[in-house]
Design a binder for this molecule. Structure first.
Ligand code: C2O
Ligand code: CU
Length: 493
């Protein structure tokens, strides 16, 4: 803590593009980001008068995590259950120094925060990757309250233990609740005999091997046993041995304690790399209050679907007893589970399926925005097509007809209201995430930064082009992003 950050060079020659495209078998770097361009270190930020500064040090490193029985060698920011929670208030300046103890380079992306471009954590685009042994300081003002998380933007590092919650409080929001719980959902493979990189290798080699060509409309693999009301297309690509709530397997669950009658705000984060979850709390109904940081018209839900990268805040009035908080992976066996304990009772077993999971769960796209969350009413200046392409056939995924690196960045003018006509031309669901901006669903005005787009669905979204820089738009299935389902968003100068 006391030693100053190492000043060793942050420049890595020849790496070129973001890890994603560099590893992608069928993409070539676009000239704009080709090898040779190196990015300046970040300009230090001076807090504005009266601005609070919140400081943290992160030290990602190899660790052994105890998942509640299974012990896994992995990489993480620490060995706690959720990773180090970073908490600040809206308007604060966050200053986070990262000392890279990993054997490879890394970055941090502050998922969902509309921040200054230089702090966005995309290697080769907003910063040079932070080399093993190197340090880097992220400094940015956090504009909006809400539930966020942070993770690397290099390769498949997110599918190790490298993610943790980021909670921004609103000093003006009273908060009608007595307690708060953070609920992190995850799928887990690292250290069980395979790393995420091994898994991607398997996915690629078990594909048909054909290069190029987006096979629109190809079917994903097995869709049997789909959870709740989810139909074909939600099964992920990876077979995970474990599903976790706050880093624990269901046979040794994390326990949330409370008192009967208490109102609890749950901040639910889907930090999984490849798993859509349906969440329910046995014996309770949830009142959804926010998604991706934005207030919604309060909506009651017996069960809720979260795509990767999505967050929901829910308030629940606690009953008396012991209750299972279950997250069922779409289209797969097994589940994640935690316990809520407010009184006496026998804990349910790891396979318990609360009846709240029967029937149709609520999807993010079912919600309506609170008036305060709406974008200002104004006409669209420019509309841009954004198609999600690809399939399991050759494990080639792309946007606008080509994998990242081969596709043309989306170009906008500062000050425009831009509509992205998102169309999913595949048979899988994809959680689409936009960096540096939040967006409103054109149909309802719901504000999000990550939206789950179902197979063959079209979901037009609108954003204000008010944060110049080079940004990423991608599927938050990290295997899809890595295989090319990503595109740049650039401002014309
Ligand atoms: Cu959490 Cu580029 O994403
Ligand atoms: Cu995807």
């Amino acid at each position: 803590m006391m030693t100053p950050p190492s000043r060793r060079s942050l420049i890595i020659g020849g790496l070129g593009l973001a890890g994603s495209a560099a590893l992608s078998a069928c993409s070539t770097p676009s000239s704009a980001h080709g090898p040779g361009r190196s990015l300046a270190p970040p300009v230090p930020v001076t807090p504005t008068p009266g601005q609070r500064v919140v400081e943290h040090v992160l030290n990602p490193r190899p660790v052994v995590l105890d998942l509640g029985g299974p012990k896994v060698s992995t990489w993480a920011y620490d060995d706690s259950r959720t990773g180090p929670v970073i908490r600040a208030g809206a308007g604060d300046l966050l200053r986070v120094r990262l000392d890279n103890g990993l054997p490879e380079s890394t970055t941090v992306h502050w998922h969902g925060i509309a921040l200054r471009h230089q702090a966005d954590g995309v290697p080769g685009v907003t910063q040079e990757p932070i080399a093993s042994g190197g340090s880097y300081t992220y400094e940015f003002t956090v504009p909006d309250a809400g539930t966020y998380f942070y993770h690397p933007h290099v390769g498949l590092q997110l599918d190790r233990g490298l993610h943790a919650p980021l909670v921004i409080d609103d000093p003006r929001e009273p908060g009608d609740y007595d307690a708060e719980w953070i609920v992190v959902l995850d799928d887990w493979v690292d250290g069980t005999g395979r790393t995420p990189d091994d898994v991607l290798g398997e996915l690629r080699s078990s594909s048909h091997g054909a290069m190029g060509g987006m096979d629109h409309g190809s079917m994903g693999h097995g869709t049997s046993g789909a959870a709740a009301d989810l139909s074909a297309g939600d099964t992920g690509d990876v077979t995970y041995p474990h599903y976790l709530v706050n880093g624990r397997v269901p046979s040794a669950p994390d326990v949330f304690s409370g008192k009967p009658g208490q109102r609890v705000r749950m901040r639910i984060i889907n930090a999984a790399a490849d798993t859509i979850f349906t969440v329910a709390l046995g014996g309770h109904e949830l009142t959804l209050t926010h998604t991706d940081g934005y207030a919604v018209e309060p909506a009651r839900a017996r069960a809720l679907v979260l795509g990767m990268g999505e967050r929901f805040d829910a308030v629940v009035a606690l009953g008396d007893g012991v209750f299972p908080l279950v997250a069922v992976p779409a289209g797969r066996e097994g589940q994640a589970m935690a316990l809520v304990r407010t009184g006496a009772g026998t804990a349910p077993g790891p396979d318990v399926r609360p009846s709240e999971l029967d029937g149709s769960p609520v999807l993010g796209t079912d919600l309506r925005p609170a008036p305060s969350s709406r974008l200002a009413d104004r006409p669209v200046d420019a509309a841009v097509a954004l198609t999600l392409d690809g399939g399991m056939g050759d494990y080639a995924w792309g946007i606008n007809g080509a994998p990242f690196g081969d596709n043309e960045p989306i170009a906008v003018n500062a000050g425009q209201r831009v509509r992205l006509d998102v169309v999913n031309r595949t048979m899988m669901s994809h959680p689409l995430h936009v960096h540096g901006h939040t967006f409103a669903l054109s149909r309802t005005g719901l504000r999000k930064d990550t939206v789950l787009v179902r197979p063959m669905q079209s979901v037009p979204i609108e954003l204000e082009a008010d944060n110049p820089g080079e940004w990423m738009i991608h599927c938050h299935n990290i295997y899809h992003a890595e295989a090319g389902m990503m595109i740049g968003l650039e401002y014309r100068s």
